[in-house]
Design a protein around this ligand. Sequence first.
Ligand code: HDC
Length: 299
Amino acid sequence: MPIDAAKALAAPPRTAEISWTPKDVQLYHLGIGAGVPATDPGELRYTLESRLHVLPSFATVAGDRPPGVIGALSMPGVDVDLARVLHGGQALTVHRPLPVRGTATATARITAVYDKGTAAVLVLRTEAADADGPLWTEEARIFVRGEGGWGGDRGPSARTAAPSGAASAGTPAGEPDVTVDRPVREDQALLYRLSGDDNPLHADPDFARRAGFERPVLHGLCTYGLTLKTVVDRLLAGEVTRVRSYAARFAGVAYPGETLRIRLWGHPSRQGGGTVRATVTAVERGEAPVLADTVVECG
Ligand SMILES: CCCCCCC[C@@H](O)CC(=O)SCCNC(=O)CCNC(=O)[C@H](O)C(C)(C)COP(=O)(O)OP(=O)(O)OC[C@H]1O[C@@H](n2cnc3c(N)ncnc32)[C@H](O)[C@@H]1OP(=O)(O)O
């Protein structure tokens, strides 16, 4: 059986020593579209060594954990065709601001395997700590099409109920406080993949077609990062250290070259913190959903 839930859950945690430099941070920031316009003081904090800060979602690529995304899917009990794999969701909790240069130990294990009948969902939890203690905890939900059906636990539902007054399921009620239309570069995925996720789904047209898509799709974590950057720039006065946690569900694919419409709800303050909710849709495809159930807790 390609997924053996009991074996996957019983496997010992996998530990890797990771390290990163300012160059890795800069490359990640460019990979999520930072640096436009190039001389904007706000953007220079993402691109210039002397002013560099670290967007917390850098944690999702920090250290080029060997052997990358494909390694994450070769845990004991998991033997799946990469063409059937989609990133279903991502959550991140930041315990301390991320330094521009660092070394840490990352410990990963599969904490849940859900049987959706025609798909399986794997939950991969990674904890990173350095000599001073915990740095971040992240949880990736990996959606594997065509798996499932072994009679296992169905797990939580990702079909959110619509709050009253909301336009559709997962959309916060009321008008957004900020709406940004964000053009995604045609070569964005080619840049982003240099930060470690070299899944051919994002670069190779033949592989993308085999996976059922008309052309290569944008990495879910690229959309995840560019959305967090918009929250930081528009609602947190550019202060990356105010992000405490960030969760999102990948509700539909995005393609490089599209315009993403990012809607934000929330008024976090420096004194009391607060919650920001977001949705992301693909403008040229009739606002098809891209990110849903997106919540940033801020300090
Ligand atoms: C270390 C990190 C490793 C990361 C590995 C990934 C490597 C990356 O390189 C890969 C990528 O970046 S892929 C690009 C980003 N992801 C996407 O584009 C996926 C977008 N989402 C979709 O296409 C659909 O929502 C789809 C296909 C996900 C679901 O749509 P449907 O098949 O129509 O599902 P639906 O019928 O609505 O629901 C079936 C059951 O599944 C649950 N579910 C739905 N969406 C989910 C999601 N996103 N995450 C988790 N569970 C999800 C539903 O709740 C339902 O279960 P139940 O009946 O129990 O409610």
